[in-house]
Design a protein around this ligand. Structure first.
Ligand code: TRP
Length: 492
């Protein structure tokens, strides 16, 4: 069974009940019922606007309420317009197996939230998405194959899940190389430290494996999803490219592209987009992404554009028309739906499935219930922040796992598992021993919250200042070089 149809089948949970209108809700998946509810809500609104007979409105409202009850029964959650049910959701009260779903965690390409202060339960997400955990054994193997100490993101489980990484290493050991693909949706000029995580890691992968890399800037995606003009999205793509380049990518091995620019200039890329479009149905993308009948058709076909760079013949200038070069995608786990779809399509159009490495989210300053957001200035540390702004934001907003008074803190100690400053240090402080000592001292109460925050401030200030310095060196000419389709320097 394919990864995709496994998800679909799990989705089908029957409720043996008929609604007043004799519709068989029992045969509906949570998503179908959700859409039925959307439609019914729309009908009630139309009747009211049209000032229909009271009796007629009452019947429609009754049915709406009935459907809401059925929805609650089926999913265990209240129906909320604009919030499609998560994949595989089933109600525990129904006696159904929950197969490890945490009803409080909400993870898709557009939303990340949980009610747990420690953050999303990533082990459950692995079960729900059907990926594999990055075990110590895999980390050791990467060390053996590359001869390099594993990056702290691997040592500390920040990249925690994968698909087919063992196969990639098997082939690499037999001198069959691969290429990297990652991307960014340029929704604003302002990038924050969380946005750097996949790029810092991708740069490390490029260095230790010595392989080519393509970076997709989905300015088209942001135009479709946000209230922005095409020109703005394209400008953000170019601005973001400067921050990405400042991470240190090798211009001889890296191609960065804006969808608006590259799609129109590459027949091979567009052919792959259309091949993918032909092999995914509307029903499938609805199931994967929760699209509804009122989403524009641009959104519905967009996933094919994010899928296309996973296939090497989308870049003939790099791979000379070869369609069999293996792709590895480092990304945050919320992007996985795109690549579940891609992996389902790949064998049907004669291409290898891309492999994946998934990262956890970079928490907001306010706590790990959600990820950093570029639209909330106080939730994020921006790459443009001054040393003073960094200091103030951390002191004022970083959620603390410390106790309320110094006396209590000394006596009971702090909780590093929910402390945002400590979490940030796990991302950015490279010294394992120092990090462990901080953890011990904070837990015992020897280290106070103010002191912990000071360590974080002194770690981030130079890091961001150096980034700003490197970004200043990136000229328009450099950007143009990275963004020009051209051969790259590598051997496969
Ligand atoms: N959709 C991603 C975003 O909004 C951008 C993206 C495109 C991407 N291709 C990718 C991210 C590949 C990771 C890997 O940020």
């Amino acid at each position: 069974m394919s990864e995709l149809s496994a998800g679909f089948l799990k989705n089908i949970k029957r409720v043996k009940k008929m609604t007043d209108s004799q519709e068989e809700v029992g045969a509906m998946t949570p998503l179908q019922l959700y859409e039925r509810l959307n439609a019914q809500g729309e009908q009630v609104r139309c009747l009211k606007t049209a000032k229909a007979e009271k009796a007629e409105i009452d019947v429609a409202v009754q049915l709406l309420l009935k459907l809401k009850t059925d929805y609650k029964h089926l999913t265990g959650q209240d129906y909320k317009a604009g919030c499609p049910p998560p994949e595989n959701v089933v109600n525990q009260d129904n006696g159904a197996a929950t197969d490890g779903i945490d009803e409080e965690d909400n993870v898709d390409p557009w939303n990340v939230s949980t009610s747990n202060a420690k953050g999303v339960d990533y082990d459950k997400l692995i079960v729900r998405f059907g990926s594999s955990k990055i075990e110590t054994e895999l980390v050791d193997r990467i060390e053996k194959v590359t001869g390099q100490k594993p990056h702290r993101f691997l040592r500390r489980g920040i990249f925690f899940s994968h698909r087919d990484m063992h196969q990639v290493l098997d082939a690499y050991e037999k001198n069959k190389s691969f290429y990297l693909y990652t991307g960014r949706g340029p929704s604003s000029e302002a990038m924050h430290v969380g946005h750097l995580i996949p790029f810092i890691f991708t740069k490390w992968l490029q260095d230790v494996f010595d392989i080519p890399l393509v970076i997709q800037l989905t300015d088209d995606e942001k135009y479709l999803w946000k209230d922005l003009a095409i020109e703005e999205c394209h400008r953000f793509a170019v601005e973001n490219a400067k921050d990405i380049i400042a991470c240190g990518f090798d211009v001889n091995k890296t191609f960065i592209f804006s969808d608006f620019d590259y799609m129109g200039s590459s027949p091979e890329f567009y052919r792959n987009v259309v091949k993918i479009q032909k092999h995914v149905t509307y029903n499938q993308v609805k199931g994967i992404f929760g699209f509804t009948d009122s989403d524009c058709i641009g959104k519905i076909s967009f996933p094919a554009i994010q899928a296309a760079p996973s296939f090497s013949n989308s870049f003939p200038q790099i791979f000379g028309g070869r369609k069999d070069v293996q792709c590895l995608i480092p990304c945050a786990i919320d992007q996985d739906p795109y690549f579940r779809m891609t992996r389902d399509v790949a064998p049907r159009i004669g291409y290898p499935k891309p492999a994946l490495l998934h990262s956890s989210f970079f928490p907001a300053l306010q706590g790990a219930q959600t990820k950093m957001s570029a639209s909330d200035a106080n939730s994020s540390i921006f790459l443009t922040d001054t040393p003073k702004q960094i200091k103030n934001k951390i002191n004022k907003h970083a959620f603390s796992g410390g106790k309320d008074t110094i006396e209590e803190h000394r006596k009971f100690g702090g909780n590093p598992d929910v402390d945002v400053s400590f979490m940030y240090l796990t991302f950015f402080l490279d010294d394992d021993e120092q990090l462990e000592k901080i953890k011990q001292d904070y837990s015992s109460g020897a280290l106070l919250t103010g002191e912990l925050k000071k360590i974080l401030i002194e770690t981030l200030q130079p890091m961001i200042a150096q980034h700003q310095e490197r970004r200043k060196q990136v000229t328009e000419e450099t950007v143009k070089q990275f963004m020009t389709p051209r051969p790259l320097n590598f051997k496969l």
